[in-house]
Design a protein around this ligand. Structure first.
Ligand code: AMP
Length: 125
């Protein structure tokens, strides 16, 4: 079910549970502001999710309410994870689904890093 990006934060969402260590994830990177782990249902040879540690429903919620330190930390973490995975030269795609039309499924902000083959056009036609 797609998420309404304006809904209140649900602390039982799957990524909140991963952050609390209640369910496992294949961790790639962690720092004070961010956690990165492999997507459970990869859509490309490399498919990593980066999430902020703070309780933010969506890109909209995060950019409206997060502190400058959280935003800087999170953006740097996305770049670091992609660099560390060797994705800069071949290239990668970032995606942050936000709300119903985007088909956001998990109501905790996540940036998808997709790479590992030519990814084609942005949207399926
Ligand atoms: P979105 O449609 O942008 O909300 O993407 C949600 C993503 O979370 C999908 O690509 C799922 O495969 C992924 N996902 C859901 N549950 C888990 C999980 N437990 N561990 C890792 N990735 C997950």
């Amino acid at each position: 079910m797609a998420v309404d990006a304006t809904q209140p934060y649900d602390d039982q969402n799957i990524f909140a549970r991963i952050l609390r260590g209640e369910i496992p994830s294949r961790k790639v990177y962690e720092d004070d502001f961010s956690l990165a782990f492999h997507d459970i249902n990869p859509q490309s040879p490399t498919h990593i999710l980066v999430i902020p540690k703070g309780a933010y429903v969506s890109w909209d919620d995060f950019t409206a309410k997060a502190s400058d330190a959280e935003i800087a930390g999170f953006v740097r973490a996305v770049g670091h994870v992609a660099r560390d995975a060797g994705l800069v030269a071949p290239g990668y795609r970032l995606l942050a689904n936000t709300g119903t039309h985007s088909h956001q499924e998990v109501p905790h902000l996540h940036v998808h890093i997709m790479a590992g083959r030519p990814l084609g056009p942005l949207l399926a036609r």
